[in-house]
Ligand binder design. Structure first.
Ligand code: PMP
Length: 398
């Protein structure tokens, strides 16, 4: 019956986590694989603003009816405020259709299904490299996926000229998946000047920008990290935005994200909104209630919102501190090499420049786990392990 079903190779990052869990070297092992923020104590945080919201939800206990297909109105407004800015003109004009989704992944899936249905010949282009699931999700929706030049190992920067030239070869309505901030996996972002140039090409070529923002607040700040999105809107582009609250609310398992589509007119936007709801209806019907309620409460209460932003910036600043420490120890150990890229990169991830061989040595000899492409999750570092990790890296780099 199922003989023809092929084996699933497993997800490389989640597979690595199993290996880590089974590693008996409990006194020294360090997990820098999965993209999760850990505190200085190595714990997954429960944010204070989330605790406050959950206290409200629990007292009195709320009935758990179905949510609307597109989620709670306050949740959708929260996504719009964060992405497009409070009092944004495009939102006031009724040109943004926003739905709550099952995490950022759910937003990508609903967006990809929608695009494939209404633009059946459109291809999707992702950065080389990108988060692996981008490719799986768009291919899973039936789209052909290609890669655009992005990371340059020679400079640990962006191949910007090649990237621009490549975009000029794409066809009308091709989708370009962009990371507005904290690029996963490299940590290497475009400057504002580069965004301005690239988005003009997107406009000239009539491409569809799909902005995937999973780390808002971890790069520059809440508004700065949304620069590319707001610039694209200002330029009059149609835009898809998938956002995730997994990291910045530390609500990974609650599956909280959103999809927003910016249309040229309100009429189009209303139709798009309806079709997004239908897309949700036929995949999973409606989003989860708890995460929707938490986001709604935190984001629409001035005090909790301010507290939340402060908590995100604490996470951001701790990551920056770890980047600096890693850079300092490595620079002292190997003064002939330039490690300044650690503090130039943004967000939870860093492309360390380590080869697959060096990554395997780190794991086997030092119990330091990172993804084989050399991606390190900086948020797994803390004052207790950063020197150990830096010294181990220096050993394998010698
Ligand atoms: N986009 C990017 C770039 C990501 O890194 C992630 C999470 N690893 C997601 C989307 C998906 O986020 P979620 O866990 O909310 O589905």
């Amino acid at each position: 019956m199922f003989e023809h079903v092929t084996a699933y190779a497993g997800d490389p990052i989640l597979g690595l986590m199993d290996k880590f869990a089974n590693d008996p070297r409990t006194d020294i092992k360090v997990n820098l694989g999965v993209g999760v923020y850990y505190t200085e104590d190595g714990k997954l945080p429960v944010l204070e603003c989330v605790k406050a919201a959950e206290a409200i939800i629990a007292n009195p206990p709320r009935p758990r009816g179905y949510l609307p297909m597109d989620g709670l109105p306050g949740y959708r407004k929260a996504c719009q405020d964060l992405l497009f800015g409070k009092n944004s003109a495009v939102v006031a004009e009724g040109r943004v259709a926003t739905i709550a989704t099952l995490g950022g992944s759910g937003a990508l899936k609903v967006g990809a299904d929608f695009i494939h249905q209404w633009f059946p010949t459109a291809k999707c282009y992702v950065s080389n490299p990108t988060w692996g699931n981008h490719i799986s999700i768009f291919e899973g929706a039936g789209m052909e996926v290609g890669k655009y030049p992005y990371y340059d190992p020679a400079t640990i920067g962006v191949k910007f000229d090649e990237l621009c030239e490549f975009f000029k070869t794409l066809n009308e309505n091709d989708v370009v998946l962009l990371h507005p901030c904290c690029h996963n996996p490299t940590g290497v972002d475009l400057t504002r000047e580069q965004w301005d140039v690239l988005l003009q090409i997107v406009k000239d070529q009539k491409l569809i920008p799909f902005m995937d923002i999973a780390y808002q607040g971890f790069g520059e700040d809440m508004d700065g990290d949304a620069y590319a999105i707001r610039r694209a809107v200002e330029m009059g582009l149609p835009v898809f935005v998938s956002n995730s609250f997994s990291k910045n609310l530390s609500l990974y398992g609650e599956r909280v994200g959103g999809l927003s589509v910016v249309s040229p007119t309100k009429e189009e936007s209303d139709k798009v909104h309806g079709q997004l709801k239908f897309t949700v209806r036929r995949i999973y019907s409606s989003p989860p209630a708890h995460g929707n309620a938490v986001v709604d409460i935190v984001m629409n209460d001035d005090k909790l919102f301010t507290q939340w932003v402060g908590e995100v910036y604490e996470m951001r600043d701790r990551i920056r501190e770890m980047r600096q420490k890693l850079q300092d120890v490595l620079s002292a150990k190997l003064p002939e090499r330039d490690f300044s890229y650690f503090t130039k990169q943004q967000g939870m991830f860093s492309f360390t420049g380590l080869t697959a061989e060096q990554v395997v040595r780190l794991r086997d000899e030092f119990a330091v786990y990172m993804v084989e492409n050399g991606r390190m999750c900086i948020a797994g570092l803390n004052n207790a392990n950063v020197e150990y990790v830096a010294n181990a890296m220096a050993e394998v780099l010698k």
